[in-house]
Structure formats: structure tokens, C-alpha cells
Write a protein that binds this ligand. Structure first.
Ligand code: ME8
Length: 509
């Protein structure tokens, strides 16, 4: 039995959960569910990133403490993920005490190892932004956001010696070709390193809403520096060495493409500086776009589509949880950008879910009702369908192992297509009741049973419901993927017709 540790980015609480953050979280969830069904021990972590000046200001504007404010806003994430049937094992908030302890310990180790030093930071500073700019990023010498004059500021900061890690990082990339996937994103990270690394300022004195620097109490850590360490906090860094040793070698960071530099350059260097192995794997995904624009905080109200118009809740209300999960997993492969539209969601819902999957289940139950007395017959030991099933099962498993949920589902749908073709070819509804019809329907039921195992990571509720309708006890998760070899459906179960699983939606919906 292997181990599989999967993480999502920890999301800023300044935004409500939206389809983009749901995309990351649902992909991580499906991967976690697949690995549990494959018999691995799984740890699935998500959470919220709660420090920084913006939070402190927003809280002050609402007359509450930053802690009270983040208590409220982080709840939006736990609620959204519960609604989307996310099976995370842990939810980490960076304001928790366990995180402060781990961050201070980790960074003190780097400091003791000689990779953190004090220097003066000098540069154009916008007081309204509370942030430095580079000379090039100024707009005619003024702040590009506030269009006000900047001041030349000088601040003593603590710096991380990132420049010392260029060769070691290149070496790590070389020896671990799958450290960052897909290949295009790995090349991006490599190009960044080869372009030369500067040391980075990792503390702030202008901010107080952050984790205090243990050796200099006038400073707090810069928010990215505290955030990355969450992946170690959750496995007991600093107090449970056994847990760290058990899980850290198996970590997979699922992240969006805009934060590659942090995860594939800074983070492995920080780990090296702290005497740890770098993370084993960073899986990068692209962005969901609406009309070609990133769906996220930067669009704000100036974008053509308001995020609130496509909140996970509004989609779930209209299409159901599993249809939303299915669409996000199936339509945009991990690593490429995808266009999000209600038209595409509706089209996939109608073709893949209502027509292919929904019809298969309904039609099998109908024929079993009319020709087999409502009781599912036993499948035949070998048939063309059995052979196809074995192929699609192994292709689906391989795709999950390769972080390709879209391809895993494509293979599940190939099996659904083959089962529908099997019915078309034999036309059991035209046959008289008897052994011939029993053989056709036993095979169809067995294909459905295997389909439910293949779709369970993506659509757990639907898989459970189909499982129940074909008369099986327990759940697909109980059986796991070990049960996906042909012949597991022992006949004699009552098969229930039930309501349509996915009633067709009019395409102008
Ligand atoms: O960056 N399409 O948090 P964040 C796909 N706190 N994914 C999207 C997306 C879109 N349009 N918009 C957001 C942060 N995401 C930091 C992370 S980790 C130590 C700290 C997803 O709230 C995607 O996974 O801005 C992206 O990387 C993440 O949300 C950023 O979330």
C-alpha cells in the first residue's frame, strides 16, 4: 500500500470561493478519492491564507479584529467545500497556533543554517499600496494603481539567500524530471532559475498582521513565506518527526500556473535551506477563463462576468453537485487553460450525463424490469464487453496515476459507450424472456457496476446511487478498484428504476 499526500493552494480569504478555486479543489478531491479507492493511504490538505495588510485593513473597516474577520471569511471556504462534497482530511488556517509554531521553527532553522541575513531594502514606495515598486513598474514615475507620487523608502529587512540555491535547484530538476509537471511548466520554472536568482526580502516592519519573526520582534514574515510552510505544518513539522517522515516524500502540490515560481523555485530552496528534501511533485494546472479572461479576483467588477454570477453555489443549484464536478474535471485537462461557459456545461450535461450515462442506467433497469422480473442476472464470464472493460479500466487507472482526470473519465465514458452499443447490438427489448436476454442484461449490469467504480472519484453521490439501484450493498468506495475486474456482479439483486439521474436541460438554460 502506498501513500499519497495531496495539497491545494491555501486560498486568500479576501475572495469568496469561485469556480476557479473550486476547479483546483475538485481536482485534488478526485485524485484523493481515486487513491483511496486504489488502496493508498491518503492525506488531502486544503485551507486558507489569512495574513497580510489587506485583511487587517478590511477588518478595521468593519470594526472587528483581523482574527474575527478571518474566522468569518474562512468559513465561506469550509462551507463551499462541504457543498461540493470535498473529502479533505485537514483544513489549515494560517492563523492557527500550530502554524505559527511550525513557521517559527522552520524559519529559525534556516536562520541558524546561515541563509537569512539583514539588509537594507531601498526603492520607490507607494504609501497607499503599502508596497514597493521597481523603477520599471512605475507609471510615469507614479504608482501604477493610485497614480500618486511614490516616495523613496529605505527599510531594514531580513533576506533569504535564494541566490545560493541556483545550482542545487538545477541539479534537483535534472535528477527529478517529474518534479514539476507538465513539461511546459517545468521548462518555465527552469528558465526562471537559469535567468538568475536574487535574494528575497522575507519580512516586513510596515505590517503587524502576520507571524512574528522569533529573533526580531519588530518584524513579521512576508505572507508568502508563511503560506508555503502550511504544507509542513499539517504533517506535524517541528513536533512529529515520524509523521513528517511518513508523508513528506509522498507530497503532491496541485497549484495554478501563476504560482509556479513560489512552489517550484522558492519552496524547494527553502526546504533545502532548512535541511529538508524539496517537495516531491508540483502539478500545475491552467486557468479557467471566461471570454478569454482569468476568472478570479483581478477581474473584480470591471470584468464582463461577475464572479458572483458563477459561484459554485449557483452552478450546483442549477446542475447538481456531480454534474459540476464532472464538468470541471472532464472539460479542462490539468495543465491547460479552459474556457468556462454555461453553454459548454449544459452541452456536456446533456450529452455525457443525460444521454450516455443516465440513459444506460435507465434503460437497463427498464429491460431488467420487463424481461428479467426486476432481478439482475449474472454476467457471462467472457465477452467482448468484458475485454473492452478490462482495457478501459487499466487506461482509466493509468490516467489517474498521471494526474489526468479528464482522460480517466474519457475512459469511463468509453465503457459507457460500449455498454450502450452492446444493448443496441443485441436489442434485448425485442427478445423473449430467457437465458439469452439474461446474458445480455447480466453483462450490461456488470458494465454499469464497473462504471460506478470508475466514476466514483469524480461523482461520488451518483456512483453511490447507481450502486444502490443495481441492488448492491455498501458503496463503490467500500469495494475499491480491486473490485473492477469483470465478474463481480453476482446476479439475483433487485434492480430499481428510479427517477432519471440527469433530467435533460434545455440548452437555452
Ligand atoms: O494564490 N482558474 O491564493 P488565491 C483556475 N494564497 N484556478 C484558479 C483560478 C482560475 N481562474 N483562479 C484561482 C493564492 N484559481 C495564495 C496561495 S499557497 C501556499 C498560497 C486557483 O486565493 C488556482 O489553484 O489567489 C490558483 O493557484 C489558486 O486558486 C490561487 O488562489
Amino acid at each position: 500500500m502506498g501513500r499519497f499526500y495531496i495539497t491545494t493552494p491555501i486560498y486568500y480569504v479576501t475572495d469568496a470561493p469561485h469556480v476557479g478555486t473550486a476547479y483546483s479543489t475538485i481536482n485534488a478531491d478526485a485524485l484523493a478519492r481515486y487513491h483511496r479507492m486504489a488502496g493508498d493511504q491518503v492525506l488531502f490538505l486544503t485551507g486558507t491564507d489569512e495574513h497580510g495588510q489587506k485583511i487587517a485593513d478590511t477588518a478595521a473597516a468593519h470594526n472587528v479584529t483581523p482574527q474575527a474577520w478571518t474566522d468569518e471569511t474562512s468559513k465561506r471556504f469550509t462551507e463551499a467545500w462541504a457543498m461540493l462534497n470535498i473529502s479533505n482530511d485537514d483544513f489549515l488556517r494560517t492563523t492557527e497556533d500550530r502554524h505559527r509554531v511550525a513557521v517559527q521553527k522552520f524559519l529559525t532553522t534556516i536562520y541558524d543554517n546561515g541563509y537569512i541575513y539583514k539588509d537594507t531594502y531601498r526603492g520607490p514606495y507607494c504609501v497607499s499600496c503599502e508596497d514597493y515598486y521597481t523603477a520599471e513598474s512605475l507609471d510615469d514615475g507614479k504608482c501604477p494603481i493610485h497614480h500618486r507620487p511614490v516616495v523613496e523608502m529605505e527599510e531594514e529587512n531580513w533576506f533569504f539567500r535564494l541566490s545560493a540555491f541556483e545550482d542545487r535547484l538545477l541539479d534537483y530538476f535534472e535528477k527529478n524530471p517529474r518534479f514539476t509537471t507538465p513539461e511546459t511548466k517545468r521548462n518555465e520554472a527552469l528558465a526562471f532559475i537559469k535567468g538568475g536568482l536574487n535574494d528575497i526580502s522575507i519580512t516586513r516592519t510596515s505590517i503587524s498582521w502576520g507571524i512574528p519573526v522569533p529573533w526580531d520582534d519588530k518584524h513579521v514574515f512576508y505572507v508568502w513565506y508563511d503560506a508555503l510552510i502550511n504544507y509542513l505544518t499539517a504533517i506535524g513539522y517541528g513536533h512529529d518527526d515520524e509523521m513528517v517522515a511518513a508523508w513528506w516524500p509522498h507530497v503532491n502540490h496541485l497549484i495554478g500556473k501563476e504560482i509556479i515560481r513560489f512552489h517550484s523555485v522558492w519552496w524547494p530552496a527553502m526546504c533545502m535551506a532548512a535541511g529538508m528534501e524539496p517537495p516531491a511533485h508540483v502539478q500545475v494546472h491552467g486557468w479557467l477563463l471566461v471570454g478569454g479572461q482569468k476568472l478570479g479576483k483581478t477581474m473584480g467588477s470591471s470584468g464582463t462576468v461577475k464572479l458572483t454570477d458563477i459561484s459554485p453555489r449557483s452552478l450546483v443549484d442549477e446542475f447538481g453537485v456531480d454534474a459540476v464536478r464532472y464538468f470541471l474535471l472532464r472539460d479542462t485537462p490539468l495543465g491547460t487553460d479552459g474556457e468556462f461557459s454555461l453553454e459548454a456545461l449544459t452541452a456536456r450535461y446533456n450529452s455525457d450525463l443525460a444521454n450516455n450515462l443516465g440513459n444506460l442506467v435507465a434503460r437497463v433497469a427498464t429491460v431488467v424490469g420487463s424481461k428479467c422480473g426486476g432481478v439482475g442476472p449474472t454476467p457471462t464470464p467472457s465477452s467482448e464487453l468484458a475485454e473492452l472493460s478490462a482495457n478501459y479500466v487499466s487506461a482509466s487507472n493509468a490516467a489517474w496515476e498521471n494526474f489526468q482526470p479528464h482522460l480517466a473519465l474519457e475512459n469511463a465514458w468509453r465503457l459507457i459507450g460500449a455498454a450502450n452499443a452492446h444493448l443496441e447490438n443485441h436489442a434485448p427489448w425485442k427478445m423473449d424472456a430467457g437465458p439469452e436476454v439474461d446474458a445480455v442484461m447480466g453483462d450490461a449490469l456488470e458494465a454499469i457496476r464497473i462504471v460506478t467504480l470508475l466514476i466514483a472519484p469524480a461523482m461520488p453521490a451518483t456512483a453511490g446511487e447507481i450502486w444502490r439501484r443495481i441492488g448492491l450493498a455498501g458503496s463503490p468506495e467500500d469495494v475499491g478498484l480491486a473490485g473492477s475486474t469483470w465478474g463481480g456482479y453476482v446476479g439475483g439483486h433487485q434492480v430499481e428504476k428510479g427517477e432519471p439521474l440527469f433530467p435533460r436541460i434545455k440548452s437555452d438554460a
